[in-house]
Design a protein around this ligand. Structure first.
Ligand code: PEP
Ligand code: MG
Length: 755
């Protein structure tokens, strides 16, 4: 590999030559010409050209060695046009032995490039977006080797920062170059967590500052990198070793993927090579990260995309180890709006909650970890904002409009003004709801509706009293597992359940046992890949097949109750046999505790969630076995309509306010009323006033919802005449329309409902 040695030596001296050329002063264009000449010579290329993106979007030739100098500032391409446009669009290198034969090739006679066959172009990336393209060309048909591609990418990275730092292009010229988007923009995405927020953008992965790009002492930098990698690996090993013995039946290998990446030789070698080539360790992390993004980012396979997320996460961790604060949280400005491609389960909790006002995600789904945690923390969140990371820079003003599912970047003043007015109205409404906190929710005709809160994290407990909820109707125990970096042990589980019961005091809390699998994946527990995870091995199915984990949880719940009353509910029960088996595990654990002289719960209620449609036709068998049931409409509807709740294409395609959905709910309510089984609805629909109105009309009188829903739903209940609502809704659900939302809205207006 003599070639590689030459390349590395050449590379370092190349960067030094570029630095010296820039230090020599002189007019900007002359310096730029010198830089391309140095690169061409060093790479033994006949041509080296630099193209930059103009603010209007066009890509312009800024300097060249080897093409006709007359073409400089004359040759322009539209975005996406030609090979250079293609590189700009893809944000990754293009390496061709015979460029004119490539379908994207666009011939420019003024450049005189006819005789060049070999072509290597790499993007100048800044903050994840391409601001220019650096190209080398050779007359002969040849393919540039990997080391040459790597070299040119490093040079391009350094050039990008120099351009941005004003070192390479004159100030006047720089104005016309689009280094960062500056125009106001509105991006349409999907609403993940309701609310409005206005603030300044904070990038979850901040770009490396130009001053940190080139290392002064390569040997010392290599040592620094190796120390950081070793400490990262040790941290991850420690995190995983905590799992030994806890999941006796689960193959240890499946927990290990993440660790495997941290020890990945390719990843480590990539970092070392970049440092040996003269970059700082931080710059090396960014280099390798952008390469992974380019390789895996376009992958459509969800498994590969997940892997990219693992690498991104590792890169962030490594940067923290390099900066010496592997464990400390980042300092945030007031009113921070966090911008990220996607977030891992624990990421959001690492930020200062008092300053974090909103969250914008490029990817994700409303069932993703970040979205669930954002809702729990009441942080407005809009996701699936395509192109977000490329369109926003650190410090930009941004608006999170999670009422409509939009983001405004660098909004105009009039937009800010109108938005502030909406924010004010929202605050006023909140204040009104707060006033209703201690008013019990009776309908106008005297029916008591019990409003409960959905919870899952410690932070929820602080707001329980504020909301005026009469208890916790759904405590999602898997959240503790999802936000943890390692599997919570028995003591941690018992402690959390105890805190929840303490906070609730005399109010009831319904603990749902682990609802994992499907869209809820643990970072430290690699599940087997399934074709159809929503229909796969999840929730109670996993619990019954791996009773070790479920029994440990039941034991923790019983221990936490310390002789108080306890309510336990099982998720996604699809057959009465499953419920029977799960209930037997509870009885077994109670007997186990008693045998050891530990206090049994003073009262024990065991219930099932109704989420699998099959149960609707077996309620006569199920209800006598249960102490209560709760309808999980999020899942029930996805299975009724066969439409994945996490898939944006189909999630909103079918309306819950439609005859089939409401007839199913009515059947459940009737069967429960006939057998005297307490029933609640705990899906998200229970927290939306219009939907809650329909549930009340159908006869449900226990609704459990996200905290933000309680005020608006209570206001609706107080204005509702249940008997009139019942008559109206029961007529409408006999109809033949696919959705009866409009008709229900009309009915609500006719009844003067406060919605
Ligand atoms: C539901 O499915 O409606 C439910 C409440 O459970 P989750 O959203 O946690 O699946
Ligand atoms: Mg569910």
């Amino acid at each position: 590999m003599a070639l590689q040695g030459v390349a590395i030596r050449g590379q370092r001296s190349l960067l030094r030559q570029i630095r010296e050329a820039l230090a020599s002063g002189g007019p900007a264009q002359a310096r730029l010409d010198m830089v391309v000449r140095i690169i061409a010579r060093s790479m033994v290329a006949e041509v080296c050209s630099l193209y930059m993106r103009r603010a209007a979007g066009d890509i312009e030739l800024f300097a060249t060695e080897g093409l006709d100098p007359e073409a400089v500032h004359v040759t322009r391409m539209k975005p996406g046009e030609g090979l250079v446009g293609e590189i700009m669009r893809l944000g990754r290198p293009l390496n061709l032995s015979d460029a004119p034969n490539h379908p994207a090739f666009s011939y420019r006679p003024e450049t005189g490039e006819d005789p060049f066959h070999a072509f290597l172009g790499v993007p100048l990336l800044r903050g994840g977006r391409a601001i220019g393209v650096l190209v080398v060309q050779n007359r002969t048909e040849r393919v540039y080797v990997d080391d040459e591609v790597e070299d040119l990418q490093i040079v391009a990275m350094v050039l990008a920062e120099m351009v941005a730092g004003g070192e390479l292009i004159s100030e006047g010229e720089l104005k016309g170059v689009e280094l960062a988007p500056h125009k106001p923009e509105r991006l349409k995405g999907a609403k993940f967590a309701d609310g409005l927020a206005l603030g300044v953008a904070v990038l979850h992965e901040p770009p490396v500052a130009p001053s940190q790009l080139l290392a002064d002492d390569v040997v010392a930098e290599e040592a620094r990198l190796n120390t950081a990698i070793a400490s990262l690996q040790a941290q991850i090993d420690e995190m995983l070793d905590g799992q030994h013995g806890l999941l006796a039946d689960v193959s240890y290998e499946v927990l290990d993927t993440y660790r495997m990446f941290a020890h990945d030789r390719g990843w480590n070698r990539g970092l070392e090579d970049a440092v040996r080539n003269g970059l700082t360790a931080e710059a090396a992390v960014e280099r390798v990260r952008s390469e992974h993004r380019a390789r895996l980012g376009q992958a459509r396979d969800p498994y590969l995309r997940e892997r990219l997320h693992d690498f991104e996460d590792l890169a962030d961790r490594l940067l923290r180890h390099l900066s010496g604060d592997a464990h400390s949280a980042r300092e945030l400005p007031e009113n921070a709006i966090l911008i990220a491609r996607n977030l891992g389960p624990a990421d959001l909790l690492e930020y200062d909650r008092t300053k974090l006002k909103g969250l914008l995600l490029e990817e994700g789904s409303s069932a993703s970890h970040a979205a669930i945690v954002a809702r729990a923390l009441d942080i407005p969140c809009v996701g699936r904002l395509s192109g977000l990371r490329d369109r926003v820079s650190e410090g930009d003003a941004v608006i999170v409009d999670a009422e409509t599912g939009e983001a405004y970047l660098r909004p105009r003043l009039d937009v800010v003004k109108a938005f502030k007015a909406r924010l004010e109205v929202r605050l006023q409404r909140r204040a009104e709801f707060a006033k209703l906190r201690d008013t019990p929710a009776f309908t106008r005709d005297g029916a008591k509706i019990t409003l409960l809160m959905n919870a899952g994290l410690d932070v929820d407990l602080d707001i329980l009293a504020e909301t005026g909820a009469e208890g916790i109707g759904l405590f999602r125990t898997e959240f503790q597992f999802m936000v943890a970096e390692e599997m919570p042990r028995f003591n941690a589980q018992t402690a959390l359940y105890g805190r929840v019961m303490d906070a609730a005091g005399d109010m009831p809390v319904t603990f749902r046992t682990l609802d994992l699998g499907g869209d809820k994946i643990l970072p430290y527990m690699e599940a087997e890949r399934e074709e159809n995870p929503a229909l796969g091995w999840r929730a109670i199915r996993m619990g019954l097949d791996r009773p070790g984990l479920l029994r440990l949880q039941l034991r923790a719940l019983i221990a936490a109750s310390r002789g108080r009353s306890l309510r336990i509910m099982f998720p996604l029960v699809a057959s009465v046999d499953e419920f029977r088996a799960a209930r037997a595990l509870v009885d077994h654990e109670v007997a186990w505790a008693q045998r050891r002289g530990r206090p049994a719960p003073s009262r024990l209620d065991v219930g099932a969630m109704i989420e699998a449609p099959a149960l609707i036709w077996h309620l006569d068998a199920l209800l006598p076995m249960t102490d209560f049931v709760s309808v999980g409409t999020n899942d029930l509807m996805q299975y009724l309509f066969a439409a994945d709740r996490g898939n944006p294409r189909v999630a909103d395609r079918y309306d819950f306010l439609s005859p089939p959905a409401l007839r199913a709910l009515e059947a459940i309510q009737r069967a429960c009323a006939e057998t005297g089984t307490p029933v609640s609805v705990c899906g998200e629909m229970a927290g939306r006033p219009l939907e809650a109105f329909v549930l009340v009309a159908l006869g449900f009188d226990r609704l459990s919802m996200p905290p933000a829903g309680i005020g608006p739903v209570k206001q609706m209940v107080l204005s509702c005449d249940r008997e009139a609502a019942r008559r109206g809704v029961s007529a409408l659900i006999k109809g033949s329309a696919g959705s009866i939302r409009n008709e229900i809205e009309t009915l609500a207006r006719k009844l003067y409902l406060a919605i």
